[in-house]
Write a protein that binds this ligand. Structure first.
Ligand code: ATP
Ligand code: LTN
Length: 336
């Protein structure tokens, strides 16, 4: 890792299938930013425990997500890739930050409210504390920028608040991070209900595209996408289904939304949906193939995550020692 560049941190949860929303809102951007920043990308397995998981599945998904990051173009030679649970400093800094966090500010978080409704039988402290662990992730590395989808913006704001609060109470310690939110693709909507974001935890499989879906499945899901009864391919607030498809087309091809509208002017919805399906399917096919290849070489993936955890620990422990000192935790003199 080069230190003359600004540091960037981001993560995703190994919580199930990675969707086209995760790819366009986050991971695609991670790849593009690798040369400009000193990038650290984590697999947020501790965050994942805030809802009930099958332990065996969580383990498998963690490895799969690492393979997927690499298959999407995150280069382990350029960026640091590691599992959050392999660097204990994340949990340790969370404890310190908890002492500066008020329950009221956590219970107001939109994601906490949504997930409490969705998992009403398991509203645990971890679910509420989720943003503090996320703040620890970011602050440990002095990250100046954090590429995320729109849904995580509120968590970045609390991260900034905690950094400023700590700095004010104990003296300048943390960098106050800025979000990077993509212009197109920051909030991909469900294909079945364009009023809601595309989410891997949606029980209706037709509502999302998984990055590992095969070509026929991708095209079939786009053919079934919910649109309006009108027949003009135009981006507008009262046409959320078609607008979402135009956004996906534009984010995948790099063509502007206006150019895409022109390309499909006068064409029917059926033809447009197939065209979107085809560009998405051909963008995802090489990722699917590469993920399978990588997963067949577990030793290679284990090596990458071990090296990543070592690199990450070095920076994280340095920050944590500084924090422990500033808050007044005693440390014995080191012998020379
Ligand atoms: P869940 O849907 O289970 O709550 P998630 O997909 O929101 O999970 P992560 O896997 O941690 O959670 O998200 C990884 C990244 O993908 C985050 O930066 C998030 O903002 C982004 N993201 C998630 N859904 C979308 C979406 N529909 N559109 C754009 N970006 C998204
Ligand atoms: N909560 C995030 C995943 C995440 C994250 C982070 C993102 C965990 N720690 C630090 C950016 C920075 C989500 O996308 N659901």
């Amino acid at each position: 890792m080069q230190t003359d560049k600004k540091t960037l941190f981001s993560a995703a949860q190994p919580s199930g299938l990675v969707t086209l929303g995760n790819y366009l809102g986050a991971i695609k951007n991670w790849v593009a930013l690798q040369d400009e920043y000193n990038c650290i990308y984590s697999i947020a397995d501790l965050h994942c425990l805030t809802v009930r998981r099958e332990p065996k599945e969580l383990r498998a998904k963690s490895l799969e997500l690492l393979a997927l990051y690499i298959a999407c173009g995150v280069d382990p030679e350029k960026s640091c890739l590691f599992l959050q649970s392999h660097v204990p400093a994340h949990a340790e800094l969370t404890w310190i930050l908890n002492t500066l966090t008020y329950p009221g500010e956590l219970s107001r978080m939109t994601q906490f409210k949504d997930k409490s409704l969705k998992h009403a039988d398991n509203v645990n402290m971890g679910l509420m504390d989720y943003p503090v662990l996320m703040a620890a992730d970011i602050l440990l590395y002095g990250a100046e920028v954090v590429p995320i989808g729109v849904d995580q913006k509120q968590h970045l704001e609390i991260t900034r608040d905690l950094a400023i609060r700590f700095n004010n109470r104990y003296s300048e310690t943390f960098v106050v991070p800025e979000p990077i939110i993509p212009k197109v693709g920051a909030k991909i909507m469900s294909l079945q209900d364009p009023a809601h974001k595309m989410s891997k935890s949606d029980p209706n499989e037709n509502s999302y595209i998984a990055i590992l879906d095969d070509e026929d499945t991708v095209i079939r899901k786009f053919k079934r996408a919910v649109t309006d009864s009108d027949n003009s391919i135009a981006f507008s607030d009262d046409k959320p289904g078609i607008s979402n498809l135009l956004t996906i087309y534009s984010a995948i091809t790099g063509e502007t939304i206006a150019a895409a509208e022109e390309r499909f002017a006068g064409k029917g919805y059926g033809e447009f949906k197939i065209a979107v399906g085809e560009v998405v399917a051909s963008a995802l096919a090489p990722i699917r193939k590469r993920t399978a290849e990588l997963l067949s070489d577990k030793a290679y993936l284990d090596e990458i995550m071990k090296k990543g955890a070592e690199q990450a620990s070095y920076f994280a422990n340095k920050t944590l020692s500084k924090v422990y000192r500033k808050v007044g935790l005693y440390s014995p003199e080191r012998k020379k």
